[in-house]
Write a protein that binds this ligand. Structure first.
Ligand SMILES: [Zn+2]
Ligand SMILES: [Zn+2]
Length: 264
């Protein structure tokens, strides 16, 4: 491992009114107990690169779905010293509303996505309301606009986008969700995103209920684990434990340094 990077986890929204059964298919304890969800962006920086992982949701889309924000995703990045207006690389793990709803914050960015995700969110599966529900058509249109203005890089599987940083097609949660592998001083970290919402999904092999192909989701857990240097090197997409596990950036408790060893 040569180049290593800093990884930030930035919380911009939280959903307190959420229940265990909304996060796990199998009941493990009290399925009706509360189980909040955090909404985070992630940023990878170092060696002259700043790469943002996902764009968050827009306040309008959040209001439609009854989710309020603590700060806009753009403000969360500004709080970490990252100006979204100048960011040149944004990885879209998948096109769900809470990941692709902030593309407008990144006017200079090239967006990186898997071909399987674009095919999925513009194809026959979107005739099914259950599968279409996590998507906003405005975001899909924004991705197509980016494609036609040469701002969408589309991959068919594994791709290195900066020295040592690779994208990996996982699937399962959506048709073409991808995760990011990042070299850090503490080893190889897998930024799973929604390929594993909570540590308990991947550690207990208890899948998240928003799923396209549960077999691929479970296989994806294997792939993610095999590419990370240990259980603490797998970073889920929505787990409130992330902010409790890693050290804050400059005392800001809403931003944590995931490239550093856990503090709990
Ligand atoms: Zn998702
Ligand atoms: Zn999500």
């Amino acid at each position: 491992m040569t180049a290593t990077y800093e990884i930030l986890g930035l919380r911009y929204a939280v959903m307190e009114e959420r229940y265990h059964f909304q996060n796990f298919i199998l009941p493990v304890d009290d399925h009706a107990s509360m189980d909040p969800m955090d909404f985070l962006l992630f940023a990878i920086r170092g060696n002259g690169h700043t790469i943002v992982m996902d764009t968050g949701f827009s306040p309008e889309s959040g209001a439609r779905r009854g989710r309020s924000i603590l700060r806009t995703p753009a403000q969360a990045l500004l709080d970490a010293g990252i100006d979204p207006a100048t960011v040149t690389d944004v990885v879209l793990t998948h096109m769900h509303w809470d990941h692709a709803g902030g593309m407008q914050y990144f006017p200079k960015a090239k967006f990186h996505i898997q071909a399987a995700e674009m095919t999925y969110c513009t194809g026959v599966c979107m005739c099914e309301p259950f599968l279409r529900r996590p998507y906003d058509v405005e975001d899909v249109r924004a991705a197509i606009d980016a494609l036609y203005s040469e701002r969408l890089a589309i991959y068919d599987g594994t791709k290195e986008i900066a020295p040592g940083i690779t994208l990996h097609l996982i699937g399962g949660h959506s048709g073409g969700i991808q995760s990011i592998r990042v070299p850090t001083k503490r080893g190889w970290v897998m930024m799973a995103g929604d390929a594993a919402h909570y540590w308990r999904n991947i550690r207990l092999r208890n899948p998240f209920p928003v799923v396209f192909d549960v077999g691929r989701m479970l296989k994806g857990y294997e792939i993610i684990n095999s590419l990370a240097d240990g259980p603490d090197h797998v970073i889920p997409g929505h787990d409130p434990l992330i902010l409790k596990t890693f050290p804050p950036l400059n005392g800001n408790k809403e931003i944590v340094r995931i490239d550093l060893p856990p503090i709990t």
